[in-house]
Design a protein. Structure first.
Ligand code: E4P
Length: 218
C-alpha cells in the first residue's frame, strides 16, 4: 500500500519525507487555509520535496473554468495530480485532463456508483472519504470494500483507490486488508502507525541490558 500524507504543511511534509516511507501528498482548500500560505507556491514547494503524486484541488465548479484551473495546476510540476470534485462537471474535466496525460484525483466520493463513474472518466485516483461517513453513522470502510469489489470485476480499469478522510491507524490497516492502493493519512495518524507500547518497552529493556555489558559496536 502507498502512503500519502494529507496536509499542506511543508515542515511536516519535509519531516515525513525524510523517513523514506512517503509516496505522495494530498491537499485540499481547507488544508491550504490551515497552512496560511499561497496555494501555488505551496504546491510547487511540496512537489520539489516529494517526487510522488501531489494532489492540488481546483476550486471552480463549472467545467470550462475547472479545466482552465486544472491545466494551470498541472503546469506547476510534473508530479501534480489535479483534484476535481465528484460532480458532473468534475468528471467531464477529469476525462479531458486524463486524456491530456494529467494525473487526476477525483475527490469527495461517498458511494460505489460515484467510484464507478470516476473510473470510467479515467481518474488516476478515486478518493472515498471513510472518516466523514463514519462521522454520520455509516460504515466508511464498507464503501472501500464495495469499490474494491467493483473495480476487481473490470481489470482494464486502472483507477487506484485512495482511502481518504482517515482518522486512525485502524482505518489504514482495514484499508490494506481490503487491498486499497493508497491511504492518505494526516501527519499525526501517520506517526501513530510507528508506535506500539511493547516496542518502546522492549527497546528500553534491550538498551538497559546492553549498557550493563559495557560493550560498544563502534
Ligand atoms: C483527501 O484528499 C482529503 O483531503 C481528506 O482526506 C479529507 O479528510 P477530512 O475528512 O479529515 O477533512
Amino acid at each position: 500500500m502507498k502512503f500519502f500524507v494529507d496536509t499542506a504543511d511543508i515542515a511536516e511534509i519535509r519531516d515525513l519525507a525524510a523517513s523514506g516511507l512517503l509516496d505522495g501528498v494530498t491537499t485540499n482548500p481547507s488544508l491550504i487555509l490551515k497552512s496560511g500560505k499561497p496555494m501555488l507556491d505551496t504546491i510547487r514547494e511540496i512537489c520539489a520535496v516529494v517526487p510522488g503524486p501531489v494532489s492540488a484541488e481546483v476550486t471552480a465548479t463549472e467545467h470550462g473554468k475547472m479545466l482552465e484551473e486544472g491545466r494551470k495546476l498541472a503546469k506547476l510540476a510534473r508530479n501534480v495530480a489535479v483534484k476535481v470534485p465528484l460532480t458532473p462537471d468534475g468528471l467531464k474535466t477529469c476525462k479531458v485532463l486524463s486524456g491530456e496525460g494529467t494525473m487526476v484525483n477525483v475527490t469527495l466520493c461517498f458511494s460505489p456508483a460515484q467510484a464507478l463513474l470516476a473510473a470510467k472518466a479515467g481518474a488516476t485516483f478515486i478518493s472515498p472519504f471513510v472518516g466523514r461517513l463514519d462521522d454520520i453513522g455509516h460504515d466508511g470502510m464498507s464503501l472501500i470494500a464495495e469499490i474494491m469489489q467493483i473495480y476487481r470485476q473490470y481489470p482494464h480499469l486502472k483507477t487506484e483507490v485512495l482511502v481518504a478522510s482517515v482518522r486512525h491507524p485502524q482505518h489504514v490497516v482495514q484499508a490494506a486488508k481490503l487491498g486499497a492502493h493508497v491511504s492518505t493519512v494526516p501527519p499525526n495518524v501517520l506517526r501513530q502507525l510507528f508506535k506500539h507500547a511493547l516496542t518502546d518497552a522492549g527497546l528500553k529493556a534491550f538498551l538497559d541490558d546492553w549498557a550493563k555489558t559495557g560493550q560498544s559496536i563502534l
